[in-house]
Each structure stands twice: as C-alpha cells, then as structure tokens.
Design a binder for this molecule. Structure first.
Ligand SMILES: Cc1cc2nc3c(=O)[nH]c(=O)nc-3n(C[C@H](O)[C@H](O)[C@H](O)COP(=O)(O)OP(=O)(O)OC[C@H]3O[C@@H](n4cnc5c(N)ncnc54)[C@H](O)[C@@H]3O)c2cc1C
Length: 313
C-alpha cells in the first residue's frame, strides 16, 4: 500500500474547503489498515480516518499526520429464515449498499436514502434520520485498536450508542466492517420501496442543500443545557433557536452563507475558506447567545485545528 505525501483534502470533503494531508493512504484490507497504524506509530503521527467527508471541516492549514481513507468495500450476505445479515466494509458508501440491497431483494436500510456517508461514518456518529438510527440495525462489527492494531469482533452493546454518540468517538478504535440485520423482500415490496427511497431523496433535495455543506452544522442541545420552554417542553432542537434569529439565506461571512433552505446548514458558495465557515458559525453562536443565553455546539467534526475554533458552552 502506498502512503502518499501532501495530498489535497479539499476535493475529498463535502464542504470543499481546507488544506492538504501530510500523509494519506487507502487501505484495502484489514492488514493494510494495520500497516497504516504501524506507520503512524513509528513516525509519531496523528491519525484521522476519512469517509466521504460529509460531516467534517478541515482547517485551512490541512492535517499534520496520516489521513486513512479505508477502501474496505466488500459486502457479504448471510441469510437465515426471513432475516438477512449484511456485512459491509467501513468504506462502503451507504447509497451503494441501499442499491445493492434492492438488487438482492433485501430491505431495511433505505430510510437512510440521500444521506452521504460511508459505513464507517455511519457507525461513528450513529447515523440518524428522524427515528431511524444506524444502531438499530447493527448486530456486530470488526474494529481495529489504534494502539495495538489488534482486530476485535464486537457486538452492538460495545458501541454504547446514543444520539450522535458511540464508543468510536473516543478515538481508540476504528471501524473495519459492520454487520447489520435486514430482511428479505419480494419483488413487489422492493419495487414499492425503491419508489419510497426516490421520494425520500426528492424530499431531501427540496428541503436541504445537496452540495458544499456538512449537513446539520450544530447538534441539538442536551436537556440540561437549555432552559427555554415551548408548549411545556424544553426546547432542545437547535433549529428552533436558529430559525428565531432569522439567519436563513441571508447571513454570511466571506463566501460562506447560511442555506436559504435550512438555518442549520452552512454552505460554501464556491470560494469559501474554512476560516469563512468558522467566522460564520461563531457569529451564529454569538447571535443565539445574545438572544437565548445558550451557545450551540457543532455536530460537524473539526480536523487539523491547533485550537478548538468555536465558543465552548
Ligand atoms: C447534505 C447532507 C445531509 C446530511 N444528512 C444527515 C442526516 O440526515 N442524518 C445524519 O445522521 N447525518 C447527516 N449528515 C451528516 C453525514 O452524512 C454523516 O455524519 C455521515 O455519517 C458522515 O459519514 P462520512 O463517511 O462522510 O464520514 P466523514 O465525514 O468522512 O467523517 C466523520 C467522522 O466519522 C469518522 N469515521 C469515518 N470512518 C470511520 C471509521 N472507519 N472508523 C472510525 N471513525 C470513522 C471520522 O474520523 C470523522 O470523525 C448529512 C451530511 C450532508 C452533507
């Protein structure tokens, strides 16, 4: 496996901003993944695992260390009665897996239609769409331990899943593959579900920007972080606060702008730098703080920054 130097990352993320990776590699097997970890350890390098870059913001200086983009793209299917266990490598694109499942009369993952993600990214953040969570499908996984390079097989409980929460966030393990439980379907059911999947994608395209963004920039609040109450319930939804300060489609810094479709989606209009996006998100934090006394925190992951670039709670 080649370990390349000074590789641009801008074209490998959805925001299309940021500087290069000092080192970059794409392991195609767990053994190559282990080799990459050894290289990083021997050279005392920081590690970042990259998926399709749909939930990250890379600093304009880039990433000093080794960026590993797993090219583990095998899919294996085991059937028993009505259940189907689908084992997919960390580098499999969720949209490709949905189509693979349709082609093989398997259903159960199509609610994630239209969400850009690898299986690795989905397992990391616990991919979610309304009430559907990736953790509801996951049965088993293979992870690699950062320190030792040891390959472990773990079950669902190991991940300690919650909203935007998984054990992978601790950074001590990386996903190699995930086995998810889906179900068999008839041709008719698949035809119906393909239509439903197309409809989800249409709906998402209508509601959200479909390029140069990282999706939801800020996460929802935790109950103990807010006091604002509406209809007798604590307002944890960050979109509530963002809608109230009136920034949709009209608040910008440099070439970064709040989407006209969704107040929680920041968009690179073409020539934005990462710094433009940081300035914009800090200004949004200030506005929410001035109006409501709370500071929204990002869902987007910041990569390659020397200091945390936003305001903390
Ligand atoms: C237009 C748009 C819409 C979106 N809509 C949604 C939505 O509805 N629901 C939702 O949940 N998210 C949504 N997102 C966010 C994004 O799709 C998810 O967070 C997705 O899981 C990111 O996957 P990725 O492969 O791009 O990961 P990346 O963005 O490349 O990385 C994200 C994090 O995952 C880690 N990671 C990636 N692979 C591995 C691995 N193998 N092992 C360990 N860690 C790993 C990375 O290190 C990083 O910390 C949206 C994003 C966009 C751009």
């Amino acid at each position: 496996m080649n370990i390349l130097e000074n590789i641009p990352l801008k074209d490998k993320t959805w925001f299309q901003t940021g500087g290069p990776a000092q080192y970059f590699c794409e392991p195609t097997t767990p053994e190559e993944f282990q080799q990459a970890l050894t290289f990083a350890k021997d050279n005392k390098l920081e590690i970042f695992i990259l998926g399709v870059g749909a939930n990250i913001l890379i600093s304009d200086e880039g990433f000093q260390g080794l960026v590993i983009r797993p090219k583990l793209i095998d899919v294996n299917v085991t059937e028993s009665d009505n259940d189907v266990l689908v084992k997919a490598g960390a580098g499999v694109i969720v949209a490709d897996l949905i189509n693979y499942c349709f082609d093989n009369n398997i259903l159960g993952i199509e609610e994630f239609s239209g969400i850009p993600s690898t299986i690795g990214g989905a397992a990391y953040i616990n991919l979610h769409y309304f009430k559907c969570l990736f953790s509801q499908l996951l049965v088993e996984a293979e992870v690699i331990e950062k320190e030792t390079g040891q390959l472990l097989t773990v079950d669902n409980e190991w991940f300690e899943y919650g909203y935007n929460k998984s054990k992978l966030l601790e950074g001590n393990h990386y996903l190699v593959s995930a086995t998810i439980k889906l179900h068999k379907a008839t041709d008719l059911e698949v035809a119906y579900t393909r239509g439903k999947s197309d409809e989800i994608i249409r709906y998402r395209t209508y509601r959200y920007p479909s390029k140069n963004t990282c999706g939801s920039f800020f996460r929802n609040f935790h109950e103990d972080e807010v006091t604002e109450v509406s209809n007798g319930r604590k307002m944890i939804y960050v979109a509530y606060y963002l809608d109230k300060i009136g920034i949709k489609g009209c608040f910008s810094k440099g070439d970064a702008c709040v989407s006209y479709q969704h107040a929680n989606m920041l968009v690179n209009q073409g020539n934005a730098t990462t710094d433009d996006i940081i300035q914009l998100s800090r200004a949004i934090q200030d506005k929410v703080h001035e109006s409501f006394g709370v500071i929204p925190q990002p869902e987007c992951q910041f990569i390659g920054f020397k200091e945390y670039p936003l305001r903390e709670l």
